[in-house]
Write a protein that binds this ligand. Structure first.
Ligand code: AMP
Length: 492
């Protein structure tokens, strides 16, 4: 779900529009339970890691829709009885999202709700549409009035103006016009709909709680309420959930699945299973591949918590070098990367981690982290290790160098800010101040996923952030050029 203001030409002079990227979302919907809103709030709480700056819940009580949206965490927004008491009904769905700070972005928090001629329609989106700006321009020229800057709103207008009769037909008609990555949960009166784009870039899972069907982004959101996992939706699958039954449709041409590999590397919670794989085990296997590919003699393997922990466990087991918690994380600080400004991001790193000197002083250490994006975290952590007396600092990264921006729903900065787009590995090592630096190879990453390697057959994943191979057209990118920077500059 992209909240970017339209690029190329400003469609609106609204001063509240901004050009910040704010994607990364989590979805949860359930139909047919008492206190649906409480179930949704718990599910969203489990998905908080997928978006920490805004959350919303919409419910349906058989006659009316109710909704509440907040900036901030699910726990603070949806704990008060007066809020939860308003969200009546046995059907509900919600969304967590990354957003920029400030009062003005509340209108960009999902689910978005519209009263259509066929009834109420609430939609929540994980992903990012890549032709939304083009479609939006066309819709605006046809007289549509947009309430937000979110790409998701395009889908509402396409549904509203579709010539088809039923909601499902209209939705299919709308989605045939959009490009990009989308997992959607829609609540329309007594019906819930879930859809995954034809490449299945973002996850969407079907679960069940005592006969009440659930659609959600990750299995950890099922665990929190004791629900059971049924299956992952297939790429290009649309399910209609009504009267406790799940009806499956396959209206889109599916070429082949390109699930986001970064969900395994970093984004999903380690206690989730995605597409039949345990995220935790996948991360451990990446760590083991990394140890095989780039061995170095050292005294201890130290994870950068929390994101580097499973890979470091895999690395230590494979290399037979002891694993130690050499960095302690303060859990009362949010994820560094998600803070909106560089200034706060720098501050966040200092707030978040502390060296465990007893495990570091005088030692040759291997630091394991999941990824390097701007390099900010690595610079701080490496300095911290040196200050704590490390004799040698070797850094091992459980993903290939992040050389390209994601346009499919993971918040990454523009290429000019990606360390790996600016330097080779030696240059990066110098920048972050380590004795050695190595990344797992793209083939190693595929092997860790149980695949033969990227070169041997058609890629099974979207790995555009590591390879620049974007499986879905980037129609909105200027002149076909994959450059977020120029896009942002034009919209500013
Ligand atoms: P950086 O400091 O910019 O190099 O960011 C790297 C750190 O941010 C790594 O330790 C990752 O755990 C984390 N990270 C990587 N990608 C993302 C993302 N899209 N959103 C939030 N955090 C991320």
């Amino acid at each position: 779900m992209d909240g970017r203001a339209p690029a190329r030409q400003a469609l609106t002079s609204n001063p509240f529009d901004d050009d910040k990227l704010r994607e990364e979302c989590g979805l949860f919907g359930i139909v047919g339970v008492e206190e649906a809103a409480a179930h949704v709030a718990l599910g969203l709480h489990a998905l908080q890691h997928r978006g920490q700056e805004g959350a919303g819940i919409v419910t349906y009580d058989g006659a009316r829709f109710h909704g509440h949206r907040v900036l901030g965490h699910v726990g603070s927004g949806f704990s008060r009885p007066e809020v939860m008491g308003q969200l009546k009904g046995r059907n509900g769905m919600g969304h967590v999202r990354y957003a920029t700070t400030g009062e003005t972005v509340l209108r960009n928090v999902q689910p978005i709700f519209a009263e259509l001629d066929i009834g109420g329609f609430a939609i929540a989106h994980n992903g990012n549409l890549t032709n939304a700006q083009l479609l939006r321009r066309e819709l605006v020229s046809r007289g549509c009035i947009f309430q937000s800057t979110m790409d998701t709103e395009v889908i509402i207008h396409l549904v509203a103006t579709s010539p088809f009769r039923t909601l499902t037909e209209r939705l299919i008609d709308a989605l045939k016009q959009v490009q990009g990555a989308y997992s959607l949960v829609i609540l329309a009166n007594d019906m819930m709909i879930g859809v995954r784009d034809p490449y299945g870039v973002r996850p969407l899972i079907l679960g069940e709680l005592k006969g009440a069907p659930i659609l959600t982004s990750e299995t950890c959101a099922l665990d929190i309420i004791g629900a059971t996992y049924v299956r992952d939706l297939d790429p290009g699958e649309l399910v209609v959930v009504r009267d406790g039954k799940v009806e499956s449709h396959r209206p889109f041409r599916v070429t082949h699945s390109r699930f986001c590999i970064f969900e395994y590397v970093y984004f999903a919670r380690p206690d989730s299973d995605l597409e039949g794989r345990s995220v935790y085990e996948a991360r451990k296997r990446i760590g083991a591949e990394l140890a095989r590919e780039s061995h170095v003699d050292a005294d201890v393997v130290i994870p950068v918590p929390d994101s580097g922990v499973p890979a470091a466990i895999g690395y230590a087991a494979e290399s037979k070098i002891p694993f130690e918690l050499g960095i302690i994380r303060n859990h009362y600080v949010g994820r560094t990367f998600i803070e909106p400004t560089d200034h706060i991001r720098h501050l966040g790193v200092k707030l978040k981690h502390n060296a465990n000197r007893a495990m570091i002083e005088g030692k040759r250490i291997i630091l394991v982290d999941d990824s390097i994006v701007r390099g900010t975290t690595s610079v701080k952590i490496v300095n911290m290790m040196r200050e704590a007396g490390a004799r040698e600092v070797h850094m091992r990264i459980a993903s290939p160098p992040t050389t390209h921006s994601c346009f499919y729903g993971v918040d990454t900065p523009e290429r000019s800010k990606l360390l790996a787009a600016q330097h080779d590995v030696a240059g990066m090592a110098e920048f972050i101040g380590v004795d050695s630096l190595a990344f797992v190879s793209i083939d190693g990453l595929y092997r860790a996923m149980g695949e033969p390697g990227r070169e041997n057959k058609m890629p099974q994943f979207c790995d555009a952030c590591f390879t620049g191979d974007y499986p879905i057209e980037l129609t909105d990118q200027l002149g076909g050029e994959v450059a977020q920077l120029s896009l942002l500059a034009e919209s500013a």
